[in-house]
Design a protein around this ligand. Structure first.
Ligand code: PMP
Length: 284
């Protein structure tokens, strides 16, 4: 059965879901996106994603074609129509179709597309028990990584470099400090302290990051939001990443070196449990 996809106000079968070749998302990567996870048929951290979407649009002076309530309704309708129990809802808004010109068009109507991806076993993931292997690569992305744009070519290349090296993902390094993973925020644990890069233009302000740090502080864990080097990461007791699709995912190897005991650590394990429990309670 084909998926039902949302395109500019209509729910259509995926074969009929089409946008213009002049769409600036296609020609200039002039668009932003969000990914919201679904557990037990409910949306996780929806509010956070809606707020960040608005921020991304505002930073790019782009119109939002929907209200927050409409956005929630579209998400829910797609989850219902596609019978998603565990999975993701992908949302993209672009500046719309206009004759090709570097200057932003004045009168283009934004394009909005949403689709679902079923991911059975998202919460009870075998990778969470096994842990991920990462490699380090140079961060060659643009300077406004706080805006969640669809220009994901370098992260995509990073993922391929990781695959070629027999790893799961890459951590990006800039001026000697780790920025983040290709599609997740990066953390190390030393003793009782969780260390993750401070917010700024250099990283995406992860919605899962915000929630996990809040839960960590509430559980009396020490949190330091500061840049860390790869050398520090290699000496860490634990490492992990967070994202809407991976939740809290342990990292057990960096550039071929085991982190801590080379197995998922207790802090990552506990934070994953707390995150899943607490965010399910607030799921909508
Ligand atoms: N950093 C980058 C570069 C990402 O692509 C993502 C996932 N979209 C994240 C961090 C994690 O953000 P979130 O927790 O909001 O999914």
């Amino acid at each position: 059965m084909s998926r039902t996809v949302y395109v500019n106000g209509n729910y259509v079968p995926e074969e009929d879901a089409k946008v213009s070749v002049f769409d600036r998302g296609f020609l200039f990567a002039d668009g932003v996106y969000e990914v919201t996870s679904v557990l037990q048929g409910k949306l996780i951290d929806f509010d956070g994603h809606a707020v960040r979407l608005q921020r991304s649009l505002s930073e790019l002076d782009m119109k939002n074609p929907v209200t927050k309530d409409e956005l929630l309704e579209i998400h829910r309708e797609l989850v219902r129509a596609n019978d998603i129990d565990e999975g993701l809802v992908y949302l993209q808004i672009t500046r719309g179709a206009a004759d090709r010109d570097f200057a932003f068009p004045e009168d283009a109507e934004p394009t909005i597309v949403l689709f679902t991806q079923a991911k059975p076993g998202l919460a009870d993931s075998p990778k969470a028990k096994q842990g991920m292997k990462v490699i380090s690569i140079e961060d060659q992305r643009w300077g406004r990584r706080d805006i969640k744009t669809v220009q994901l070519l370098y992260p995509s290349m990073g993922k391929m470099m990781a695959k070629a090296a027999g790893a799961d993902d890459a951590w990006m390094v800039e001026d000697g400090f780790v920025t983040e993973g290709t599609s997740n925020n990066a953390y190390i644990v030393k003793g009782n302290t969780i260390i993750t890069r401070h917010l700024g233009n250099e990283i995406l302000h992860g919605i899962t990051r915000a929630a996990v740090l809040k839960f960590a502080r509430e559980a009396q864990m020490k949190v330091e939001e500061r840049a860390f080097t790869m050398e520090e990461a290699l000496q860490a007791d634990e490492a992990f990443v967070t994202s809407a699709s991976a939740f809290v995912m342990p990292v057990v190897e960096i550039d071929g070196n085991p982190i801590g005991k080379g197995a998922p650590g207790s802090v990552a394990y506990r934070l994953r449990e707390i995150y899943l429990d607490e965010s399910l309670k607030k799921a909508v």
